[in-house]
Design a protein around this ligand. Sequence first.
Ligand code: CU
Length: 120
Amino acid sequence: MSQRLFRAGALSLALSLVFLTDAVIAAPTLAAAPAPSGPTVKIDNFVFGPAALTVTVGTTVTWINQDDIPHTVVANDKSFKSRVLDSDERFAFTFTRPGEYAYFCSLHPHMVGKVIVRPA
Ligand SMILES: [Cu+2]
């Protein structure tokens, strides 16, 4: 009898693990979109918009891929580099030094933009 009980227990444990796994996988999607507090650059139709953005030191800029194909955000001087962003994914970077940061999409190098960082 204990063998049968054990099997039933193992089965329900396995089932609850399946549900637990689903919940864990689904959670990031539900939690993915707190509104960014700083300025945003939208990526759409192979264009960074605005193409040039001026901020002060300490500002976090968030890029949002609103295109239906993947893009990246890579600084010419490699000071920041996103992973490949699928549709609706974001990349955020906080600028801690003044300067002009030209960047491009490594998948489509003709896509370029610039962040100008002024002293605070
Ligand atoms: Cu691209």
